[in-house]
Design a binder for this molecule. Structure first.
Ligand SMILES: Cc1ncc(COP(=O)(O)O)c(C=O)c1O
Length: 409
């Protein structure tokens, strides 16, 4: 029997083939993950943070600490060893507290059994969209928008259509919605509404919501209404909901994050029409099983006793909004006047010949003030950037002083 020794070049080829077939786990993921961008807000924030002395008006979270009476409720819960698995849909006490809160402050009537407690509004959005976006369905959402909606659609692999609202003062009109729904010719759709809006601060009033509800009722569309800023509203308080006008079609998503300064607690919920709630709850159960019991106990206290603390925070936001908006207008910036949330959307000055990313970079370098480029909220180029005024009034005064020098340079 003869054996043959591979030649030098054969050995090299074999080694190359072996190298080619090395299994790389990072390549063996869902193909769409390769095209999902990581958050522009976070990456720009990291870039800006590297500059010494940077004043950041970038992040979307209250600068207040969680009120003491809520933290004390969590401590009591821990002391009572409420540290075990909770019911999947949330503790009965919290679900009832949310149901009462929605009726008391928001004129929304969902029985406790139709309220599912989630890990923040983020998980509510991803669980609900995962449940609703079946193959062949389409996600519709108005832009500029919080990036999560489109990312969930990309992850699931369903089509999404962004309806640009810039030409209608950042208000989604019934005509624009109707045109988008007609363009998909009877396919099932999920419409995401976000009022008050991140990033514009624009809040839809009752007449505008009623107009949209009338369109919704004529089409095969379910609405996910992201109302995380509903309490932070300056004209109609709290902001109205499309669920008042299309209750059988609307899933309300909200969380304790912004209303009670509880972003780190990861506690939210969705409230759904009765025949949908149990189906949607299954996805929540698959994703996270349940929220943590002691955070639910703390949130129960917040929803039962937190009205006054919300009102106090909103008055502070209102004063900051007035100061920042008036100052920016005084500096010659063209802004979208916010009626809710804690953001103002600022137009990049016409004389600046670059993207909003370029402008935000220049402002960060020269003024040492950071805002989020509008590209974070639209698919494509933007002429806007977002400032958050969830910042102390000292920081806002200093930011305005720096921007004045920057504008006059
Ligand atoms: C419009 C909008 N929806 C949802 C969320 C997520 O909120 P949560 O902290 O409750 O997950 C945010 C957070 O910034 C947001 O701006």
């Amino acid at each position: 029997m003869s054996t043959s020794t591979p030649s030098h070049s054969q050995a090299a080829q074999t080694a190359a083939a072996a190298a080619d077939s090395i299994f790389r786990p990072e390549d063996a993921v869902l193909p769409q993950l390769h095209t999902l961008a990581t958050s522009i807000i976070r990456s720009f924030d990291t870039e800006a943070s590297a500059i010494e002395g940077m004043l950041k008006l970038t992040l979307g979270e209250p600068d207040f600490a969680t009120p003491d009476f809520i933290k004390e409720a969590a401590l009591r819960s821990l002391a009572n060893n409420r540290t075990h698995y909770a019911p999947n849909a949330g503790t009965p006490g919290l679900r009832q507290a949310i149901s009462d809160y929605l009726a008391r402050r928001r004129s929304l009537h969902f029985p406790a059994e139709d309220i599912i407690v989630t890990e923040g509004a983020s998980e509510a959005i991803s669980s609900v969209l995962t449940a609703l976006l079946h193959p062949g369905a389409v996600l519709l959402y108005a832009t500029p928008a919080f990036g999560l909606y489109a990312n969930v659609a990309k992850l699931i692999g369903v089509e999404s259509i962004a309806i640009d609202t810039e030409s209608t003062d950042f208000i989604l009109t019934p005509d624009a919605l109707d045109a988008a729904l007609r363009s998909i010719r009877g396919r099932d759709a999920v419409l995401v509404l976000n009022s008050p809006n991140n990033p514009t601060g624009v809040t839809l009033n009752e007449a505008q919501l009623q107009g949209l509800a009338e369109v919704v009722e004529r089409h095969a569309v379910t609405v996910l209404s992201d109302e995380v800023y509903a309490e932070i509203s300056y004209d109609e308080r709290p902001a109205p909901s499309i669920a008042q006008f299309a209750p059988d079609r609307t899933i309300v998503v909200d969380s304790a994050s912004k209303s009670y300064a509880m972003t780190g607690w990861r506690l939210g919920f969705f409230a759904a029409p009765h025949n949908l709630a149990a189906q949607l709850a299954k996805v929540h159960q698959i994703h996270v099983s349940t929220a943590a019991m002691f955070t639910m106990d703390a949130a129960q206290t917040a929803y039962e006793q937190g009205d006054a603390s919300i009102d106090l925070m909103v008055e502070t936001y209102r004063n900051r909004r007035d100061y920042l908006v008036d100052s920016l207008v005084g500096l010659g910036y063209d802004i979208v006047r916010p009626t809710g949330a804690f953001y103002t959307y600022v137009h990049v000055p016409d004389e600046f010949d670059g993207s909003s990313f370029d402008y935000a970079r220049l402002m960060a370098r020269e003024a040492k003030v950071a805002g989020v480029p509008g590209e974070a909220f639209v698919d494509g180029p933007s002429r806007y950037f977002r400032f958050s005024y969830a910042a102390s009034s000292d920081d806002l005064h200093e930011a305005v002083a720096r921007l004045r020098r920057f504008r006059n340079r």
